[in-house]
Write a protein that binds this ligand. Structure first.
Ligand SMILES: O=C[C@H](O)COP(=O)(O)O
Length: 243
């Protein structure tokens, strides 16, 4: 189970949560050994979390263009600028998947990636969220994954967790297959973040096994595999306490 915690992007994306609840959540994070790979939360929670976890060197990720991928460029640029000013280490950016589904224009996605990379700079980890529950077709997921790989993203992330379905076997297999094709062509490894509806250790291990089968043990580490989950933490703590 410790290996799962090391892959965890512990997620706090509840829409209404007060500082006291955030403090309690942070205490639960502090109890984990090892610590999770990162914390993923909204911009407006970051300073509170930094206050309660100031003595812990846990990378903080925030969500951008979230959850619907509909923001205008200036709003996305403003969110990224704010994240950088807060010292965020990772950005989970929703691609404009609705716009892509209308015309399936690769140039629009390429332009979006390059714009986000220019605003974020090269010191921050970029994860791009496909929202596979909306994209649905295995072929389209593969096309988008290969585009993102070609334009220098660090992780491909399945879902926002705000749509049903979130992560699915089909989506994870399609992403992993495209990442493998890119690796075979370039020897460059791109990370995968499985998120959305991952509630149990069994589900988490199942997705890790899919990645391991498709890409090998070299991917089973936080630099190349993350599990984004908001309620897996409960299961981890319950199992650790023998609950
Ligand atoms: O990683 C981000 C997702 O929101 C996590 O989804 P979840 O809340 O279904 O665990």
């Amino acid at each position: 189970m410790n290996s799962l915690v090391a892959l965890l992007d512990a997620t706090l994306l509840e829409d209404h949560i007060d500082d006291h609840a955030i403090k309690i959540w942070c205490n639960r994070i502090r109890s984990l050994k090892p610590l999770p790979a990162a914390i993923c939360t909204y911009l407006h929670n970051i300073e509170t979390i930094q206050k309660h976890l100031s003595d812990y060197a846990i990378p903080i990720a925030t969500v951008i263009n979230f959850p619907h991928g509909l923001y205008e460029a200036e709003d996305i640029q403003s969110e990224i600028r704010q994240a950088l000013s807060l010292g965020v280490s990772e950005l989970d950016i929703v691609i404009p998947y609705g716009k892509w589904l209308q015309k399936k224009d690769p140039l629009m996605i390429i332009d979006f990636i390059l714009q986000c990379r220019s605003w974020a700079g090269d010191k921050i980890i970029l994860k791009f969220i496909l929202e596979t529950g909306a994209i649905q077709s295995m072929e389209d997921i593969g096309v988008l994954t290969e585009l993102l790989c070609q334009y220098g993203v660090h992780f491909i992330k399945t879902s926002t967790g705000k749509m049903v379905p979130g992560a699915t076997d089909m989506a994870v297999e399609a992403i992993a297959a495209a990442v493998k094709r890119y690796y075979d062509l370039t020897t460059h490894k791109v990370g995968i973040k499985v998120a959305g509806g991952v509630r149990t250790l069994e589900q988490a291990n199942h997705y890790v096994n899919i990645i391991r089968e498709q890409l090998g043990d070299a991917w089973i580490e936080p630099r190349y595999l993350r599990l984004g989950a908001s309620r897996l933490l409960d299961e981890i703590i319950r199992n650790r306490c023998g609950g």
